[in-house]
Design a protein around this ligand. Structure first.
Ligand SMILES: O=C(CO)[C@@H](O)[C@H](O)COP(=O)(O)O
Ligand SMILES: [Fe+2]
Length: 264
């Protein structure tokens, strides 16, 4: 692609105790968006087994597992932030807050996140098969930008209906790791999804999320991704400032041969 991709540091990898200053640091370096991962957290079966050490935990385990729906009410095995944190951060910055909703009931988050000052609202297609039209309408009515995300195992065709008609989503987020945690390994086979999407929708915003860093950004961007989420690679860099261009634009060096990279 001829365009320089937007860079959205994933604030999940930041020091949450200093979120405002971390956000400012990224924006000063030239970040285009701030990526905010909102998760609804469950305790996985594996974690439950570790609770089996005493009787109280055992009773709790059986109670919880008998309520099987428990495991359906949550999208990912991690818990992060919600509208109150977005509201606090909004008081500190006018930046585009790119919210990635890894939750089972995204519709419940529209009102609070809209009020809190979220800019983008990207929900998962896996949990919105029934009500995506209503959801998108509500997101837009709160002046947020709708996007749809898909997990690695979800076929790309599932997002087509959400992009095909006018006034629907403005961005597709292709997950390049399983949702839930930062710091995972990029799944190169997801790049095909980006390529197919870019061919079908030349003007669509395509975001990639998970495991993006110096060895993977080029692959994703040359396949057509124009929004890059990067958490641990930026926050873990010896000098995060070098991940961004001098004048506040992301360095095109990501798209140049590896030897020229000065990032990370
Ligand atoms: O949505 C997610 C994880 O579920 C991401 O936004 C990660 O937070 C990206 O972190 P890195 O893979 O870049 O460390
Ligand atoms: Fe994310």
């Amino acid at each position: 692609m001829g365009v320089t991709p937007k860079i959205a540091p994933s604030m999940l990898a930041s020091d949450f105790a200093n979120l405002a200053s971390e956000a400012k640091r990224m924006l000063d370096f030239g970040a285009d968006w701030l990526h905010m991962d909102i998760m609804d957290g469950y305790v996985s079966l594996l974690s439950w087994t570790s609770l089996l050490k005493d009787f109280a935990s055992l009773s709790f385990y059986f109670f919880s597992t008998s309520c099987f729906s428990h495991f359906h009410r949550h999208f990912v095995p991690n818990l992060t932030i919600g509208a109150p944190v977005i509201e606090s951060l909004r008081k500190q910055t006018k930046a585009f807050l790119d919210c990635h909703l890894m939750v089972t009931n995204p519709i419940d988050y529209v009102e609070p996140l809209g009020k809190a000052g979220a800019s983008g609202f990207t929900f998962h297609v896996e949990v919105s098969k029934e009500n995506w039209q209503e959801l998108i309408q509500k997101i837009k009515s709160k002046a947020m930008r709708p996007g749809v995300a898909l997990k690695p195992g979800t076929p790309i065709e599932e997002v087509y209906p959400l992009v095909d008609s006018e006034n629907l989503v403005e961005m597709v987020l292709v997950m390049t790791v399983e949702p839930g945690f930062g710091g995972q390994k990029f799944m190169p086979e997801m790049v095909d999804k980006v390529r197919v999407l870019r061919k079908k929708y030349p003007a669509l915003d395509i975001e990639v999320d998970g495991g993006l860093g110096p060895s993977t950004i080029e692959m994703a961007a040359s396949a057509g991704a124009n929004c890059i989420v990067a958490g641990s690679s930026i926050f873990g860099a010896a000098d995060a400032k070098l991940c961004f261009g001098k004048s506040g634009e992301m360095l095109t060096s990501f798209l140049q041969p590896r030897s020229k990279h000065i990032c990370f």
